[in-house]
Design a protein around this ligand. Structure first.
Ligand code: SF4
Length: 583
């Protein structure tokens, strides 16, 4: 546990938590990068899929968790512009300003610290998130405290609140502003998954994994909700509050906590919960469950590291990843495979085989990332010892996002050729396997065919909900894709087969409606492609939210703030355990 000095104001302390300022999807002096927009899928998964790319924003969930778990008045400002941030700190008398950031945001955090010293000189500056792993951070930025790891416990101790009090989980949707093929996906009630954060960290401790390292590395993790019962209670409350049936489980290796997951399954069965879970899981952990257990738990989507053929990671030992992906897909479980470019044994001579191996999995989505030694990881330490890291003059922090260049001298790749290789991987996956949306629709149909008559009503309900858009909008999307690929025999044929399968399954109504929707989607796609070709980018809207204490405080103020204030809700869970050590 880091040394934390109590803040004298305690529960009267006025706190601002903020993400770094935008705009994000541009190249600028503060470290924004056009190739690294604030869109998780577009910046590292569907990067080259043009109008087919899944565009979506995600809130700063770490800051939301902290806000939900302190009693002092706390305001959260997400995605401000620099001007909006300045206005916020000029107009409000904050005692503490906390900034959450990743390492590429270094220039922005530096600038925000300068602005705070200038406009709110009495405020204490606290910086956390992945940026805290950078050991020499205080040589670059003018902050008072750097918080590495668990921000909830740190803030509670800092404010003199009960560190061991139950964790409250914010009830919040996992994404916003989603669009694909030029069509906004809206936010109909129940249509977007809620975010769920049962644990942080991962005890597997792969040498490159920043998230594992941030929460203690190999052998360590932290549960916010220790048991299946606690998790079930929290999920029930969130589902009720947001009227949702699905959860995006932001836990590095959710299924690793098997006792908790299987108890959750029992409770879902006993209470007839038809939830869908989108999870991260390592391959061997997935294989430790039966397919009935995965289907019963509602595992509908899994983000899984494939890393690379012959990579020496324990989590992949003895796993036939092709067979695993096929098996999951055949049960309607959509796989996002993640592969690394630039492992030590990769070279220009073998990289095509590496890419072909990854692409041959035909996962629904495929993330490719450069093999990067981020501060705090064992990989970073080994490069530091060997003296192979590039200096900050050679390699700005803003480029350390894994989609551009190596931050070290790779023994086989030189002169920035890695970005070319990375793009080649993305492009090959797109050319061979087609748009991810089509793959998602294909796997959804497989799941429906297999489980539409499942013995459990709640499981049938889930597949029925998931397949519902295939009767109309998704059928229209495939119709539009078939037309889009009319000069590409292979992908046109693939879309044709899929569309016919959808028609065969859902009959004449779908056959009638698909061309009508398809024409609209096709026109939207053409417009989107033209917009993107003209340099169009997307930015998240700024949100400002108060907890109850901050709301009470502001209601007594004579003049209001300019951005509408939203109240946040959260639900109670368990006491916070100390950092746990895995078996
Ligand atoms: S299994 Fe995944 S989450 Fe766990 S340490 Fe390895 S890369 Fe990180």
């Amino acid at each position: 546990m880091q040394q934390v000095t109590h803040f004298p104001g305690g529960r009267e302390t006025r706190i601002l938590l903020t993400s770094v300022f935008g705009p994000y999807a541009q190249d600028d002096a503060y470290g924004s990068r056009a190739i690294n927009p604030m869109e998780l899928y577009h910046n590292q998964v569907t990067r080259v899929q043009g109008g087919f790319s899944l565009r979506m924003f995600h809130r700063s969930f770490g800051l939301m968790m902290i806000q939900a778990n302190i009693d002092a008045p706390c305001t959260l400002l997400d995605f401000p512009s620099q001007d909006r941030f300045m206005e916020e700190i000029q107009e409000n008398d904050y005692d503490v300003i906390g900034i959450g950031a990743i390492i590429p945001n270094m220039g922005k955090v530096k600038r925000m610290c300068e602005l705070i010293r200038q406009h709110r000189p009495g405020a204490r500056i606290v910086v956390g998130g992945h940026i805290a792993s950078k050991g020499d951070l205080l040589q670059t930025i003018d902050a008072d405290d750097i918080v590495r790891g668990d921000g909830i416990r740190w803030f509670r101790r800092f404010l003199g609140e009960d560190e061991d009090a139950a964790v409250r989980h914010p009830a919040v949707l996992s994404g916003f502003g989603a669009r694909v093929m030029g069509v906004g996906l809206g936010q109909r009630p129940g249509g977007t998954a809620a975010i769920l954060i049962p644990s942080v960290g991962c005890p597997v401790g792969c040498n490159f994994c920043s998230t594992s390292a941030l929460f203690g590395g190999k052998g360590h993790f932290m549960n916010f909700f220790e048991t299946g019962d606690e998790l079930f209670a929290v999920m029930s409350s969130i589902a009720e509050e947001l009227k949702t049936h699905s959860f995006f489980v932001l836990d590095e290796n959710f299924l690793l906590h098997k006792k908790r997951a299987l108890r959750l399954l029992e409770l879902m069965e006993a209470h007839q919960k038809s939830w869908a879970l989108y999870v991260f899981s390592s391959a061997r952990v997935l294989e430790s469950y039966t397919i009935d257990q995965l289907v019963g738990l509602g595992i509908s989507w899994v983000w899984m590291g494939l890393e690379g053929e012959n990579s020496d990671y324990k989590k992949l030992k003895g796993v036939d990843t092709h067979a695993l992906v096929d098996r999951l897909h055949s049960h309607g479980i959509r796989v996002l495979g993640s592969s690394i470019i630039g492992l030590d044994d990769h070279s220009p001579a073998n990289i095509d085989a590496v890419i072909n191996h990854a692409v041959s999995h035909d996962t629904v989505f495929h993330q490719f990332m450069l093999y990067m030694p981020n501060p705090g990881t064992p990989l970073y330490e080994s490069h530091r010892r060997e003296g192979t890291l590039l200096s900050e003059d050679e390699y700005p922090a803003a480029d350390a996002h894994g989609q551009h260049r190596f931050s070290y001298r790779h023994k086989n790749f030189r002169n920035g050729e890695e970005e070319h290789v990375l793009l080649k991987a993305f492009r090959r996956d797109f050319e061979i396997n087609g748009p991810s949306l089509a793959r998602l629709i294909d796997v959804t149909l497989k799941g429906w065919r297999r489980h539409q008559n499942h013995a459990e009503h709640r499981v049938r309900d889930r597949f029925s909900r998931e397949v519902f858009p295939l009767r109309s909008t998704y059928a229209g999307a495939i119709w539009a894709m078939r037309k889009w690929y009319r000069n590409n025999g292979r992908l046109n044929g693939k879309m044709d087969v899929l569309l016919k399968a959808i028609y065969a399954e859902f009959g004449w109504k779908t056959r009638m409606v698909a061309p009508l929707i398809g024409r609209y989607v096709y026109r939207s796609l053409k417009k989107e492609e033209a917009r993107l070709a003209g340099g169009w980018t997307y930015e998240p809207v700024c949100t400002r939210e108060n907890n109850a204490a901050a709301m009470a405080l502001e209601s007594r103020k004579p003049s209001g703030v300019k951005v509408p204030v939203k109240k946040v809700t959260w639900v109670s869970g368990s006491p916070v355990p100390a950092m746990a050590k895995s078996a």
